[in-house]
Write a protein that binds this ligand. Structure first.
Ligand code: ATR
Length: 272
C-alpha cells in the first residue's frame, strides 16, 4: 500500500493525517498517511530515505516549505515563483518533484463558497506579505485580478513581493489599510492576526463595499473577528478552512489515484 506523510516540526497540530485518512477510508483505498516530525538538519536525509521506504510522496509544512525547493530534483514554476512547496511526489526513478498547491486551494475555496466571485470585477486587497501571502498573490494574479493592493506591517516585505510579482501590485502603507479597501471587490487577510490566542486584525472597514468577497487564511476560529465585522457590513465572507482542504486534494489524487471530494464531511473531519 502506498505511504504518504506530512513533514513538519512540530507536526502534531497538522490536520492532514485526519483528512487524508478519512478520504482513504471513504474511497476504500489502500494506503497510509502519517505525521513525520523532522528536524531541519535531518530534512535532506529523510527525503533521501522516504522513497526507499515505500513512500510515494509527502506534504511539507512549517518550517520546511522553503528548504524543500533546494532539495527537490524538479520544481513547478508556481512553486519556484512562490518560493515554497507543500506537495512532493516521489517518482519511480527516485526523483523528487515539488509543487505548491496552496494558491490552487485558496482559489478553489473562494469559488466553492462564493460561486459568483469574479476576480476581474475590481481591485483585490491583500493584508499581509508573509509566506502564506505569496501563494495568494500568485493565484490571484493567475486568476486575472488586474490590480492587487498589498499592505504589510513590515512594508519592505510587501515591496519585495511587488518587485518579484510585478506591476499589477500596488503597495500601501500599513497605516493606510482602511484606504486600501476602497472599491476592493476581493479582500484577504493573510496575516496571523485573529488566530486564537493572538490579537484580532483591527482594520477600519468603513470603505468596504457591501458585496465584496472577504476571506481569511486563519481558520482557528472559523469566524475571525475580521470576518464577523465584514459579514455585519454585508460582505460575502469565506473562512480559511476550505483552503486547507482544497490544497490537499491534488496531492491525494496524485498519490492514491482518486480525486477526493471537498464537502461538509471533510470539513467536519478536518476540524476534529
Ligand atoms: P505565514 O507563512 O503564515 O505567512 P509569516 O511569513 O511569519 O507566516 O507571516 C506572518 C504575517 O503576519 C506577516 O505578514 C506578518 O507581518 P510582518 O511581515 O510585519 O511580520 C503578519 N503579522 C504577524 N503578527 C502581526 C502583528 N502583530 N501585526 C501586524 N502584522 C502581523
Amino acid at each position: 500500500a502506498p505511504l504518504v506523510g506530512v513533514i513538519g516540526m512540530p507536526v502534531t497540530q497538522s490536520r492532514s493525517p485526519r483528512l487524508h485518512g478519512h478520504w482513504l477510508a471513504r474511497y476504500g483505498l489502500p494506503g497510509h498517511y502519517v505525521p513525520l516530525p523532522v528536524m531541519p538538519e535531518h530534512l535532506a536525509e529523510v527525503l533521501r530515505i522516504l522513497p526507499r521506504a515505500g513512500f510515494v510522496g509527502a506534504n511539507v509544512t512549517i518550517p520546511h516549505k522553503e528548504a524543500v525547493l533546494t532539495l527537490a530534483d524538479t520544481v513547478t514554476d508556481r512553486a519556484a515563483l512562490i518560493g515554497a512547496a507543500n506537495t512532493l511526489i516521489f517518482r519511480p526513478d527516485g526523483k523528487i518533484h515539488a509543487d505548491n498547491t496552496d494558491g490552487y486551494g485558496f482559489i478553489a475555496n473562494l469559488r466553492q463558497h462564493a460561486p459568483d466571485w469574479q476576480p476581474d470585477r475590481g481591485p483585490a486587497a491583500l493584508i499581509g506579505a508573509g509566506g502564506a501571502a505569496r501563494a495568494v498573490v500568485a493565484s490571484l494574479l493567475d486568476s486575472g485580478v488586474r490590480e492587487l493592493r498589498i499592505a504589510n506591517r513590515t512594508r519592505l516585505r510587501a515591496e519585495q513581493i511587488r518587485a518579484e510579482f510585478g506591476a499589477r501590485l500596488v503597495v500601501y502603507d500599513w497605516a493606510q489599510v482602511g484606504h486600501m479597501l476602497e472599491g476592493a471587490t476581493t479582500v484577504v487577510n493573510a496575516t496571523s492576526l485573529g488566530m486564537e490566542g493572538k490579537q484580532p486584525l483591527r482594520v477600519p472597514l468603513d470603505a468596504l463595499l457591501p458585496g465584496a468577497v472577504v476571506t481569511d487564511l486563519v481558520y482557528t476560529p472559523l469566524m475571525t473577528p475580521f470576518l464577523a465585522e465584514a459579514h455585519a457590513r454585508g460582505c460575502q465572507v469565506v473562512d480559511g478552512l476550505g483552503m486547507l482542504l482544497h490544497q490537499a486534494a491534488p496531492g491525494f489524487e496524485r498519490w492514491f489515484g482518486q480525486r477526493p471530494e471537498v464537502d461538509d464531511e471533510a470539513r467536519r473531519i478536518a476540524l476534529g
